[in-house]
Structure formats: C-alpha cells, structure tokens
Ligand binder design. Structure first.
Ligand SMILES: Cc1cc2nc3c(=O)[nH]c(=O)nc-3n(C[C@H](O)[C@H](O)[C@H](O)COP(=O)(O)OP(=O)(O)OC[C@H]3O[C@@H](n4cnc5c(N)ncnc54)[C@H](O)[C@@H]3O)c2cc1C
Length: 273
C-alpha cells in the first residue's frame, strides 16, 4: 500500500493505546494513520486486567459493550501465604455504577474492539506489518520514515504520537528517556484451558508449597482460560522453564508446578516469559 504523503496525526504502534487513540481521534473527526509492526492484533497472553478507568475510556468510543459482554468482571481477590489465606479484599463497587472495578479480558480482544470502534467512524487506517524507523521533527510537523513490506516510505504528519510500547523507536529517535523505577524478577506465564465454576477474583500465593520462595498469580479469563504467572528463581533458565516438558501436559493435572483451580483435566495453550 502506498502511504499518504501527509496525515494530520500519525500513531506509531497499534497496541491497545494506539488503537484506542485512533478511535478517539476518529470520533473527534481527526484523520489518523496507525503504523503497526505486527501483521495483526497481538497473540498470546499479555495485559489481562482492565481497570474501570480503562473501561470508561473505551466507553467514550462505544467499545465498552463488546468489552463488558466478553470480559469477566470482578470486585475482589484473595492472597495466601503458604497454606493460609491472609487477605480477602473487596473494591468499592455499587450496583448503580456503569462498570465493575476490574474486568478480565485478553489484550487481543481489547485491540480488536478499539480497532472496530475506529473503523466504524471511517477516519483511520492501520498499516500493518510496517515499522516506524526514523523520525525527523520540523518546525511544523514531523517526517516519519516507515518500512513497509513494499519498502521505505516517508509520511509528513502534523502530529506524531508514540504508542510504540516500552522499547519505543520514537522515544529512541528523539533521545527521550522513559523515567521510572523498575525491578528485576523473572516470571513464566502459562495459559491453561480449564472449565470452572469458580468465582472470578484475583488470586495470589506468596511462598506457596508448590513453588517455595516464589509468587503465583492466577486470573480467570474468557474462553475458559486461566492465566497463571509464576516467579522462577534467579538461577533458573527462563527458556528451560517454558519448554513443553516443564509445563503441564494435556490431560494431566496441572497442579504440580502451579496451583490450579480444580483437579479436572486441563490444557496449556501458551507460555511466555
Ligand atoms: C508477555 C507479556 C505479559 C504481560 N502481562 C501483563 C499483565 O498481566 N498486566 C498488564 O497490565 N500488562 C501486561 N503486559 C504489558 C501490556 O501488554 C502493556 O502494558 C500494554 O500492552 C501497553 O499497551 P501499549 O499500547 O502502550 O503498548 P504495546 O501493547 O506494547 O503496543 C505497542 C505496539 O507498537 C508496535 N511497535 C513497536 N515498535 C514499533 C515501531 N517502531 N513501529 C510500528 N509499530 C511498533 C508493537 O508491535 C505493538 O503492537 C504484558 C506484556 C507482555 C509482553
């Protein structure tokens, strides 16, 4: 596809932030172009818990109905230390409030709903499988070099918005630092398909008997998926930890390494570190 020579707003990155911004700008009548490195929405397990505030923002562009219909809302959670439940919390939530405090939903659904909202207005395009590679600011606007499957093209934009994630090319091009604190810790993420009647709530285990010294987080998601995050030791190799033999096998009981909701058969669908 030949990119336009000029756009009012170019959005680098079509993740949840970039696609939501695209929908918001479109709703305001502002034409925009999203450049996304991947070929489609993200795959696998990434952000899974949407706050009420994020739901409200998606509501501004009409993407909330699909989100609420698909997502699993929750108001509280439980924390355990070893065998003992040490905290059972409930977040403020009134029946009259439009959104629950949190809703669990896979990130690719959020991206799809935001994208659909942008498409319904018709003022935006997403250029998939293309990367912003160079940024040259001018007094009026910015020249953005984009590597597309057909080759490099340059688009002049009045505004460029960096929605290209934690390792942003735009920030790197402009010499901008992302400031904040960070800590080291390696986690394995496993998605397990298992039907359950268990309540939707945030579940955490600290120093659990199955993984002494570590932490396990567990969230129920749509499509009968349980997302399990467990911390591995500093001396453990993350790549070894996600090998199939280190994961629960189909038909096995998944409780040996990570705590699971019940002892019925389950299937691991994806892993990440
Ligand atoms: C394995 C994993 C697990 C995670 N788990 C959680 C979690 O449990 N809870 C949570 O809150 N968050 C989690 N996150 C983080 C969450 O995914 C991000 O916070 C969220 O996606 C941020 O949205 P974003 O749109 O700002 O950035 P991203 O989702 O990172 O989107 C940025 C987009 O920009 C694209 N891009 C990057 N560079 C370029 C470029 N040069 N040109 C064009 N496009 C580009 C990328 O392909 C990507 O689609 C997880 C992330 C990963 C990777």
């Amino acid at each position: 596809m030949t990119l336009p020579a000029h756009v009012p707003v170019l959005i680098a990155g079509g993740g949840p932030v970039g696609l939501t911004l695209s929908a918001l700008l479109s709703a305001q009548g502002i034409t925009n172009l999203v450049i996304e490195a991947d070929e489609r929405y993200c795959t696998g397990s990434r952000a899974i818990c949407m706050s009420r505030r994020s739901q409200e923002i998606l509501g501004w562009v009409g993407a909330d109905q699909a989100l609420v219909a698909k997502g699993l809302s929750w108001v509280g959670g439980r924390s355990h230390w070893r065998h003992t439940e040490v905290l059972h919390f409930q977040m403020p939530s009134e029946p009259t409030q439009r959104f629950a405090p949190m809703v669990n939903i896979q990130q690719f659904y959020v991206e799809e709903f935001a994208h659909r909202a942008a498409q319904s207005v018709g003022r935006s395009e997403v250029q998939w499988a293309s990367r912003v590679s160079a940024v040259t600011p001018h007094e009026k606007g910015v020249d953005v070099e984009v590597i597309t499957p057909e080759g490099a093209q340059t688009v002049h934009a009045d505004w460029l918005v960096a929605c290209d994630g934690g390792r942003s090319t735009v920030r790197e091009q402009l010499g901008l630092q992302l400031e904040g604190t960070q800590y080291e810790g390696k986690y394995v993420i496993v998605d397990v398909v298992q039907k359950t009647q268990r309540a939707v709530e945030r579940l955490a285990w600290f120093d659990p008997p199955s993984n002494p010294g570590s932490t396990i987080l567990m969230h129920r998601q749509p499509d009968d998926v349980w997302r399990i995050d467990y911390q591995i030791r500093d001396d453990e190799d993350p790549l070894e930890a996600v090998k199939p033999e280190a994961r629960p096998s189909p038909g096995s009981r998944c409780g040996s390494r990570s705590t699971t909701p019940s002892a019925s058969p389950c299937r691991a669908t994806g892993t990440g570190v």
